[in-house]
Design a protein around this ligand. Structure first.
Ligand SMILES: [Zn+2]
Length: 320
């Protein structure tokens, strides 16, 4: 150390290190490029970026971290869930978040936009799916904000004041909903039931015993063509659900298709179980993907479940 100080002649001189894993370099290059587009120059002659097996902070597992020091140091966890099996966009979000700490000096910020979406990629919690390849305007905003925290709230983030009904179905005996049970070990039965919230039917699924697993389910579903739902608008799926002796779980979900690909897959996190009269449950999608041409809504019973669930008064709203 003494030798170093004598040699440099200046105690403030720091040695520069550039040591970047080849796979992570792709994302560092992209970060530099996105900064450049926005008029920000990012020097990369002093940075360490590497993979690690685990990041454990205060007993909680994370997918990455930025370690402060004279050389900015980013570690990314190379597990299946954090890296190997995730999408290019999720890898970008993770690396850009850590580079936000390491190279931009950004700290965590959990504030939200007017519509409830996260304000920034610098959130402290779940980053996965913050944006996808189907939400280019959302990605552009989050990158604008990353390099300039004073970026104005975009127009799609406003509170939605217009609403149209894409579907309103109180369920009739001649329903066009379809029931799917793709698993031979599930003894589920789907029926149009005479038990209802609004007259005179509902859709039910009965399981006399829990014969399947939590990764299996059977479900009622419907495909709704939606030619005019713009990127950034909202969807709300409402349904009234009754449960009779459900041991396990019922749930609802929305999938959407853009072009020929699934661009959205979201399902309820409610604990729908036990015995309960008809109660309304909802899924709110705050940001629709681009080029959306159809929406699948489904109402399901998990494989490791017994009991009967009834679904009635299904509504799908487009808020914009
Ligand atoms: Zn962070």
């Amino acid at each position: 150390m003494v030798f170093y100080l004598l040699l440099s002649g200046c105690g403030k001189h720091e040695e520069k290190i550039h040591q970047v894993d080849q796979e992570l370099a792709t994302y560092l290059d992209r970060f530099v490029q996105e900064a450049k587009i926005r008029g920000v120059t990012i020097p990369t002659d002093n940075i360490i970026m590497e993979f690690t097996d685990r990041v454990l902070i205060d007993g909680i597992d994370y997918c990455g971290q930025s370690i402060s020091g004279s050389t900015p140091h980013v570690q990314i966890v190379q597990s299946d869930i954090c890296w190997k099996t995730t999408t290019d966009m999720n890898k970008e979000i993770l690396v850009f978040h850590e580079l936000g700490h390491a190279l931009l000096g950004r700290v965590h910020d959990n504030s939200t936009l007017s519509n409830g979406l996260q304000k920034t990629i610098m959130i402290s919690t779940l980053l996965v799916g913050l944006y996808t390849k189907f939400t280019p305007q959302l990605r552009k905003y989050y990158l604008d904000e990353l390099f300039n925290p004073n970026t104005l709230e975009p127009s799609w983030a406003k509170i939605k004041t217009n609403s149209t009904q894409l579907l309103k179905d109180s369920i009739t005996v001649t329903t066009d909903w379809l029931y799917h049970n793709l698993f031979s070990d599930l003894n589920h039965t789907g029926s149009v039931s005479g038990i209802y919230y609004s007259p005179g039917h509902s859709l039910s699924i009965t399981s006399p015993s829990a014969t399947g697993s939590a990764s299996e389910d059977s479900y009622w579903y419907k495909v709704i063509p939606v030619p005019s739902v713009a990127e950034g608008s909202e969807l709300r799926f409402n349904v009234k659900i009754r449960t009779d002796n459900i041991v396990g779980k019922a749930f609802i979900g929305i999938n959407a298709v853009s072009g020929n690909e699934y661009s959205l897959n979201t399902f309820s996190q409610y604990d729908i179980k036990g015995t309960q009269n008809f109660t309304e449950y909802s899924i709110l999608v705050l940001y629709c993907p681009q080029n959306l041409n159809s929406i699948y809504i489904y109402m399901a019973l998990m494989g490791n479940t017994s009991g009967t669930v009834y679904f009635d008064d299904v509504e799908l709203l487009h808020n914009f």
